[in-house]
Design a protein around this ligand. Structure first.
Ligand code: SKM
Length: 292
């Protein structure tokens, strides 16, 4: 946007919507939301702020005091911010994290739209997940949001794999909560158990990779050992979108799987947040045309 466009668009009435994370200068959210505001003639601007856990509390207080309409939250603040909000949506409570805050007259409500974003992306790809078996690799923020939403949205069986790192315990908690609150059959295994991984993927309809494999600095790294773990008929979604095609997606194409990246998830998590702040549908076809 040039100087003229900014002075035409930003006036004394313009309201702010933010994204608080660190690092965050790489984000495509500002372009996505600002293009959508412009297209619909909505008087908001969306700006990134480099905020980590050390300045998070002050930031939340400041945004509330400034009557900012809302904001997105990304790493490393998704879990930490929950303690500073007034209310959390049911899904945010189960996931234990938040990526979207709405400020209604000083009452801050947090929710998480990453999971609905992923499920919406599957639907858009023509994947009917209700009653199906899904394997998800990963136990971080995005992975947990997907796992919870999948179980809530009617996936029959969910198998989670993760390496035995600090997130494994988190995944154990997720499994416990989902077993208590949903009818989904949920299991968790160590990603190092290759025999189990093969067995579970062989009997799955959908495989979602929600690790950072495939993304800088792990380009060309794949969470599964080789393409014999994939079968034709398996839907393979990689949550990575930069690069647009990961090594996992190349293997999946070679095997004949329906495969796609995380751009749809990114779009639909943003569209859900956009709706909460503005009450309007994001013009997603237009955004796809200009951004994807
Ligand atoms: O949950 C999303 C967040 O809303 C925006 C974002 C980004 O712009 O990079 C990434 C995810 O954490």
């Amino acid at each position: 946007m040039g100087k003229i466009a900014i002075t035409e668009r930003v006036t004394g009435h313009t309201e702010l919507i933010g994204l608080i994370a660190y690092p965050i200068r790489h984000s495509m959210s500002p372009t996505m939301h600002n293009e959508a505001f412009k297209k619909l003639g909505l008087d908001y601007v969306y700006v990134c702020f480099e905020v980590d856990n050390s300045t998070l509390k002050d930031t939340v207080q400041g945004l509330r005091a400034m009557k900012v309409r809302g904001w997105n939250v990304s790493m490393p603040n998704k879990v930490a911010i929950t303690q500073y909000l007034d209310k959390l949506s049911p899904v945010s409570q189960i996931v234990g994290a938040c990526n979207t805050v709405v400020n209604d007259d000083g009452i801050l409500t947090g929710t998480i739209t990453d999971g609905t974003g992923a499920m919406h992306s599957l639907s858009e790809e023509g994947v009917d997940y209700v009653g199906k078996k899904m394997t998800v690799i990963g136990a971080g923020g995005a992975a947990t949001a997907i796992e919870v939403q999948a179980a809530l949205d009617g996936v029959r069986e969910l198998t989670i794999f993760n390496v035995k790192d600090k997130f494994f315990e988190n995944a154990q908690e997720t499994v416990k909560k989902l077993r208590e609150r949903t009818n989904c059959i949920v299991n968790l295994y160590d990603l190092a158990d290759h025999a189990k991984l093969k067995e579970e993927l062989d009997s799955s309809d959908i495989y979602i990779d929600a690790t950072s494999c495939g993304m800088k600095p792990l380009e060309n790294v794949v969470a599964i050992p080789d393409k014999s773990y994939l079968h034709k008929g398996l839907v393979v979604m990689d949550t990575v979108y930069a690069p647009r095609e990961t090594e996992l997606m190349r293997w999946a194409s070679e095997v004949g799987c329906h495969t796609f990246n995380g751009l749809g998830m990114m779009l639909w998590q943003g569209a859900a947040a956009f709706k909460l702040w503005t009450g309007k549908e994001m013009p997603t076809d237009y955004i796809k045309d200009i951004l994807f």
